[in-house]
Design a protein. Structure first.
Length: 317
């Protein structure tokens, strides 16, 4: 294990040096040259709407990702599939009886995967930040065979470097950042500041089209919760319940951490400029589609006027 850790450290140092060298050439970050730094790269089946990829390592095809369309088709129309719980990592999860989710669809976010055996009902694990894999690799051992992942390509790369078996043996969907999402998020934020009825304005409507079709790209807001929300809308769930979406206590240990082992969170820094505008867009999507979105956290920074509160225990009578 120690030998493997040393090998990973040297690999990351090499990558860092190569990336800095590429940066001096002024190549854009999306340039395909970056993908060959580790010998890990992807090839889309359809370049016009890339949602499914062949995944390579050292010129070997090691996996083929599934598309969001395939995820949507596999969801089916059973009554159980009408609602989904998105399990975040906020401290409020400590007060929830997660065994109540055993007959529910559950999307796990990052370290929430540690509760998978208690929940016993995995639908998807979503990871958007590669630093999570680097900082919390111990949480990604002994994974269940029935788990599916939705990850950015950077995350897939980190997982492959962590353990080639994960990259080869698990099902992945590769999620891409929406083009110009930063400008869109800034625009939405400005609209929110200027007008109380901004949700009816044309610019918000254009962003809504992107929100409802993540095949075109995902909003990057500083929280993986936003990626999971877009997936839940696209797949077709009628009710979406957010667990552990606390935000206000982001300086406290996540429910799977302890006080001596806390990874710094940037949620509070991203809240006003990115997270809150995205949740306002979620409110608009809920209004336009009839899909119910509810926050089950009793201590959230996000106003309930944006995403209404539902008591977790009241959902299981």
């Amino acid at each position: 294990m120690k030998k493997e850790k040393i090998k990973q450290w040297f690999t990351r140092q090499k990558r860092s040096l190569l990336k800095k060298t590429f940066a001096l050439t002024s190549l854009p970050r999306q340039c395909q040259a970056y993908d060959f730094i580790d010998g890990i790269w992807s090839q889309p089946y359809d370049c016009l709407l890339p949602t499914k990829y062949k995944l390579y390592w050292k010129n070997r095809l090691i996996n083929t990702s599934f598309s969001l369309e395939e995820l949507k088709i596999s969801q089916g129309v059973e009554p159980r599939n009408e609602r989904v719980f998105i399990l975040g990592s906020g401290p409020s999860v400590n007060n929830l009886d997660l065994s109540k989710l055993r007959k529910e669809n559950v999307i796990f976010l990052n370290g929430a995967i540690t509760s998978i055996n208690e929940v016993n009902s995995p639908f998807l694990e979503v990871i958007s930040d590669a630093s999570f894999v680097r900082n919390r690799s111990s949480l990604l051992t002994n994974l269940r065979n029935d788990l599916k992942f939705a990850v950015t390509f950077d995350v897939f790369r980190e997982l492959a470097l962590l353990d080639e078996k994960i990259a080869k043996n698990y099902d992945f969907s590769i999620i891409n950042e929406a083009p110009n999402w930063r400008e869109g998020g800034t625009l939405l934020n400005e609209l929110a500041r200027k007008s109380g009825d901004f949700l009816e304005q044309e610019a918000a409507g254009e962003l809504l089209k992107l929100f409802l079709d993540p095949r075109l790209g995902f909003f990057h807001t500083g929280t993986v919760m936003s990626n999971a929300i877009q997936i839940a809308f696209y797949v077709g769930f009628k009710e979406i319940f957010l667990l552990g979406f606390d935000l206000g206590n982001a300086n406290q240990p996540r429910f799977h951490e302890n006080t001596e082992d806390v990874v710094r969170s940037g949620l509070l820094n991203d809240y006003e400029e990115h997270i809150k505008p995205f949740m306002l867009l979620t409110k608009l999507a809920s209004k336009k589609t009839g899909v119910g979105v509810y926050n089950c956290s009793p201590v959230t920074l996000l106003p309930y006027s944006i995403i209404p509160y539902r008591d977790f225990n009241s959902l299981f009578f």
